[in-house]
Design a protein around this ligand. Structure first.
Ligand SMILES: O=C(O)CCC(=O)C(=O)O
Ligand SMILES: [Fe+2]
Length: 359
């Protein structure tokens, strides 16, 4: 059989607009990454901490909802500590059925297996289009691409979702509803951990109409994982992000200046503080930098749910957290919709978007 030529940078970029890394990764005999995917100072080279992963805080969700008052206040205290020290924690006993998580992950796999023709319908053009799929992060802007395909859908306050493959939308709708419940309960406990009323965040952020975004990420196997990146270091834009994955590691978070590998425990959520919660807490809790590494052995799928304020909410530091109104707030108020618009047409860039509203 004739060898199939590997796409070089020139042939690859000349070919057409890049629509999927999956297709490239599946090219027979691919042994190196095209230069358009190779980072010269690849962040994956940076030291990854030997910190035992088991030092990451674990929150038992069931004790928040059905523990004794003492157990609940103990967990709220642990949660506050986790938010301060890590900006990140694992949530166990959350009540979302594992079979539902798995069905959604398989739905994501099935979505990326659709033909280009079928996926085209869901491409979307603008950041605020309720359904978008594509590759890298902002492929029209980037010089070097990320080894990632994605599907994004706005699932609350209105549910938008691709109608293929069969069953994907139904499972996802249920999953989004369940995870919204978990996020709300965690945000109540986080309010309390900040010394605020339990419903403070819920009310101030208008969670009844809160924007929830579903993100399915696919990271195919990569012949040179040391050169490519799944997703660069970034923080998330909402209040709280819930992530789960298909049993394949790759999520890394920054802690004390070092990158820490996080392999999800069975049937748990990886939860991180996002930018709007940093603003609201006046920097008491910080959004964390995280990234996705790729690997040679197995395709990784992550299922990411971002939970944010309603689009029209102006997010301000809670006056109670600005030294009872005596100090200057550390962040300017900004409408969530505007915050998201600032991300438009940008590369993912650490916490650059948040820096714009820092006083
Ligand atoms: O796939 C991952 O591990 C990270 C994904 C992520 O950070 C995101 O989609 O915002
Ligand atoms: Fe993220």
């Amino acid at each position: 059989m004739a060898a199939i030529p590997q796409p070089s940078q020139s042939s690859f970029t000349q070919f057409s607009r890049i629509t999927s890394i999956k297709k490239l990764a599946e090219s027979p005999g691919l042994t190196s990454v095209p230069s358009t995917y190779a980072f010269t100072n690849c962040p994956n080279d940076q030291a990854v901490s030997e910190d035992p992963e088991d030092s990451i805080p674990v929150i038992d969700f069931s004790l928040l909802t059905s523990g004794t008052p003492e157990q609940r206040s103990q967990v709220i205290q642990e949660l506050g500590q986790a938010c301060k020290d890590w900006g990140f924690f694992k949530v166990i006993n959350h009540g979302v059925p594992e079979s539902l998580m798995e069905a959604v992950i398989e739905g994501i796999r099935g979505f990326f297996d659709l033909t280009d023709e079928e996926k085209k319908e869901f491409e979307g053009k603008n950041l605020m289009d309720p359904i978008r799929c594509g590759t890298s992060f902002n492929a029209s802007m980037e010089k070097v691409f990320y080894w990632r395909d994605y599907l994004k859908a706005f699932v609350h306050p209105e549910f938008h979702f691709p109608n293929k493959p069969a069953g994907f939308s139904e499972f996802s709708m249920e999953y989004c509803k369940r995870t919204r419940g978990v996020a709300r309960e965690l945000l109540k406990a986080i309010s309390e951990s900040l010394g605020l009323e339990p419903c403070y965040i819920e009310k101030a952020m208008d969670l009844e109409k809160g924007l929830q975004v579903f993100v399915g990420n696919l990271y195919p196997t990569c012949p040179q994982p040391e050169l490519a990146m799944g997703m660069p270091p970034h923080s998330d834009h909402g209040l709280l992000t819930l992530l789960t994955q298909n049993g394949i590691g790759g999520f890394q978070l920054q802690h004390n200046g070092m990158w820490v590998n996080v392999n999800a425990m069975h049937n748990s959520f990886l939860v991180n503080i996002a930018d709007q919660l940093e603003i609201l807490s006046n920097g008491k809790y910080k959004s964390i930098l995280h990234r996705a590494a790729v690997n040679k052995k197995a395709t990784r799928i992550s299922l990411v749910i971002t939970n944010g304020p309603s689009l029209d909410t102006i997010v301000n530091p809670a006056p109670e957290l600005v030294n009872n109104g005596n100090d200057q707030p550390a962040y300017l108020g900004i409408k969530y919709k505007e915050y998201l618009k600032c991300l438009r047409g940008k590369n993912l860039d650490g916490k650059g978007n948040l820096d714009r509203v820092r006083v």
